[in-house]
Ligand binder design. Structure first.
Ligand SMILES: N[C@@H](CCC[C@H](N)C(=O)O)C(=O)O
Length: 263
């Protein structure tokens, strides 16, 4: 099958965008995302028409291992950029997008979008472990599950395989974030994503980190800048919701021969 695709990223979290109702399987997604034998990406965004009220488009997000997730914060900005560039929506108007976690609205801002990510939910305390090192953390749901662990410095962490975590606390798996404070309200973060491994950025993860950081300081609202390996994101938590602002880039358009992929 000759499949049209686009490729985009938000702060280095990269996606293959499929703008057609192609039959997707976990195997096809994993083959497309393979960085040596496929196009290479952290995940796939499939553009589908939405049938419920509130949004015309549904973001069908898949992790690079072929698993599904409820939400993707960088993906939703890239999805919005794709809708604008393909002429589906106006460049200067709010863009409502349906996701498995509910409706998300992207507002054009600078080189990217500011997205209403919905109200975060604190889940309580849990832990992660890398080798012999155990890390205390706080669970946060951004529609998808996160475990946020403060550390003195993020650079030395070995994130080439998943940190161990409490599978009773996270039966569906978890995205694990590690952060350190650079200065008040300015953090550095690394992440190991469920279903994708270490990525250069995770939008829902930066929201979870900002929420946990504010919570640790006894605050429920505030604006936090989060530096990730792929760039910078800004998170604002208010009384109602959590806003994520950052860039969104479409890099390329092409065709992939799915029969040539390695399954
Ligand atoms: N990179 C994403 C999150 C993608 C989903 C995640 N791996 C999960 O399984 O929940 C983001 O930018 O939020």
């Amino acid at each position: 099958m000759r499949l049209p695709y686009a490729k985009g990223h938000g702060t280095g979290n990269d996606f293959v965008i499929l703008d057609a109702d192609v039959p997707l399987t976990p195997e096809l997604v994993a083959a497309l995302c393979d960085r040596h034998f496929g196009i290479g990406a952290d995940g796939v965004l499939r553009v589908l028409p939405n049938t419920s009220p509130g949004a015309a488009w549904f973001m069908d997000y898949w992790n690079s291992d072929g698993s599904l997730s409820e939400m993707c914060g960088n993906g939703v900005r890239v999805f919005a950029r794709h809708l604008v560039e393909s002429g589906r929506v106006a460049e200067d108007a709010p863009i409502p997008i349906a996701t498995r976690a509910g409706l998300r609205t992207a507002l054009p801002e600078g080189p990217g979008f500011r997205v209403d990510m919905g109200a975060p939910v604190l889940l309580g305390t849990s832990w992660a472990q890398i080798g012999d090192a155990k890390f205390d953390g706080v669970g946060v749901s951004m529609g998808n599950p996160h475990l946020v662990c403060p550390v003195p410095t993020v650079e030395p962490l070995h994130l080439w395989e998943s940190p161990a975590f409490d599978t009773d606390f996270y039966p569906e798996g978890v995205n694990v974030e590690f952060y350190t404070e650079l200065e008040p309200d300015h953090l550095r973060m690394r992440v190991y994503e469920r279903g994708s491994g270490e990525t250069l950025s995770c939008g829902t993860g930066t929201c979870a980190v900002a929420v946990a950081y504010l919570h640790a300081g006894g605050r429920t609202t505030g604006t936090v800048t989060v530096d990730v390996p792929g760039g910078r994101l800004v998170v604002t938590v208010d009384d109602q919701t959590c806003w994520l602002a950052g860039p969104a880039v479409i890099l390329a358009h092409g065709f992939v021969d799915t029969d040539a992929l390695r399954y």
